[in-house]
Design a protein around this ligand. Structure first.
Ligand code: HEM
Length: 483
């Protein structure tokens, strides 16, 4: 009888605490305690979430354990929240596992004054290195020569591009933050890349940790490994910072770390400064975390789409041959003269859909959105899948169609619903760098190689769902186009 009483008590308390309040967005019925955790197909969470919008509308709610989540779907609802009502929707929720490791420092996970200062600094430094006096353009083109050599060594035989592309793209972030690249075979580099790869894989346990942080903190499991991996990554960056401090010369600031050290000096004595070495380490990890896997995943989708649609690959190559030729590398200035290639890159990003559920946001006050009331502190998922495949915005949402980005005269146009970098105040701060990398790497690959599947193998567009949506590992052949 006592047990029955306890069960009834827990269920009643759960019902009273967690019932949907009047005016709150509707959504699927939730189980006691666990909520809607089992409503979703976790292998394809982004698709499950998009499908639920068909039943409950563009703004609906779910309960993940004890946490209410509002999912925003379609271009209109997502941009109304992130752009039109951006002041209320731009904070990040607390994520216990990340808070325990990163302490809310840096750009991605911070809020308020810390976020504003760190974001402004990172944006202006990226602008300086990306496009200013110290443009990364020549370095990206030079990095291509290394990856081209690596790929040519396979002499058209099948290889797995996963690690090669990851190394190439990570080196661009290394150049930006450390001021130098690594040889792909360098032991330190290999160790760092392995740690990053592992840190992405383990994130499933984030769900459990967030639901029961006090308990999980004491228990062994993959979350403890996740902590260890991130501490090792911090140590790796700490060593680079130490080295930079020894060689630091304010009259010759070479990279992101040098600039940051300069900022620490300049803001000494200012009470509201958030610039210090721990925050520097986190900002560096943010740039790796946000800027490496994303761009390399997009390039790995690019190869797959090109082998799946060889006629599109041929048309891109023909355009590159006629505008750039073979005797010089591409340049960002060529983009305007390559509308078809540009359209293909955009369509790869749309269909690749590599940050399928965006990063989570949270309401920082009680808000009204599209007739609903959402209290302060509710986690918001601005579902990018539902925007990039929104039937109201795209002619053929589920077909790879570069025509989405071309007008009747064949000129490049960008529909407003193209928001793979999100929108509003939290808009990806590496968008310009990512766009430059994607353009220069993709055109260079198309200029030098023709990609195809190994004989007898059909391209499969399967993905692995996580924070990023990456193609499952595959092998590919790259035939040099010119000796
Ligand atoms: C945030 C996409 C490349 C740095 C984001 C967000 C998305 C995104 C969807 C979340 C925005 C939001 O919360 O509303 C992408 C895609 C990329 C890419 C699709 C490549 C194809 C990069 C690169 C960098 C970078 C190259 C830097 C080197 C960041 C940072 C944030 C962010 C620091 C956090 C911004 C903040 O919280 O204020 N990105 N990103 N990203 N991205 Fe990117």
């Amino acid at each position: 009888a006592l047990l029955l009483f306890i069960v009834v008590f827990i269920l009643t308390a759960d019902y009273i605490k967690n019932r949907r309040l009047t005016g709150f967005p509707p959504g699927p019925p939730a189980l006691p305690i666990v909520g809607n955790i089992f409503t979703l197909d976790h292998k394809r969470t982004h698709e499950s979430m998009t499908e639920l919008a068909g039943r409950y509308g563009d703004v609906y709610s779910m309960r993940m354990g004890q946490r209410w989540v509002v999912v925003l779907n379609g271009f209109e609802a997502v941009t109304q929240a992130l752009v039109t009502q951006g002041d209320s929707f731009s904070d990040r929720p607390s994520i216990p596992l990340y808070d325990d490791i990163f302490h809310g420092l840096g750009v991605i996970l911070s809020n308020g004054h810390m976020w504003k200062q760190q974001r402004r600094f990172a944006l202006s430094t990226l602008k300086y290195f990306g496009f200013g006096k110290k443009s990364l353009e020549p370095m990206i083109l030079e990095e291509f020569t290394y990856v081209a050599k690596e790929i040519s060594a396979y002499k058209g035989k099948p290889f797995n591009p996963h690690l090669i592309v990851n190394n190439t793209v990570a080196n661009i972030i290394c150049l930006l933050v450390f001021g130098h690249r690594f040889e792909y075979g360098d032991e330190q580099f290999k160790k760092m890349m392995k740690l990053f790869e592992q840190s992405i894989q383990i994130q499933v346990s984030v769900l459990l940790y967030n639901a029961f942080p006090q308990l999980m903190r004491c228990l062994p499991g993959p979350h403890q490994k996740f902590k260890r991996i991130n501490e090792e990554l911090k140590d790796f960056v700490r060593t680079e910072v130490k080295d930079h401090k020894q060689k630091w010369d304010p009259s010759d600031l070479r990279d992101f770390i040098d600039y940051y050290l300069n900022e620490i000096q300049m803001s000494k004595g200012q009470d509201d400064s958030t610039f210090d070495e721990e925050c520097l380490i986190m900002s560096v990890l943010d740039l790796f975390g946000a800027g490496s896997e994303t761009t390399s995943t997009t390039l790995r989708w690019a190869f797959l789409f090109m082998v799946k649609y060889p006629e599109i690959q041929e048309r891109v190559q023909a355009e590159i041959d006629s505008v750039i030729g073979q005797s010089r590398p591409p340049s960002v200035d060529d983009r305007a003269d390559l509308p078809y290639t540009d359209a293909v890159i955009h369509e790869i990003q749309r269909m690749g859909n590599i940050v399928p559920l965006n990063l989570p946001h949270v309401t920082n006050r009680d808000v009204h959105l599209r007739g609903y009331t959402i209290p302060k502190g509710v986690t918001i998922i601005p579902n990018l899948t539902s925007v990039l495949f929104d039937k109201r915005e795209w002619k053929t949402p589920f077909t790879f169609n570069p025509g989405h980005f071309l007008n009747e005269e064949g000129k490049f146009v960008k529909p407003a619903a193209f928001i793979p970098f999100s929108a509003g105040k939290r808009l990806c701060l590496g968008e310009n760098l990512a766009r430059m990398e994607l353009f220069l790497f993709f055109t260079s690959f198309m200029q030098h190689f023709t990609f195809s599947m190994p004989p007898g193998v059909k391209p499969v567009l399967d993905y692995r769902f996580g924070i990023t949506l990456s193609p499952v590992h595959y092998e590919i052949c790259a035939k040099p186009r010119h000796e």
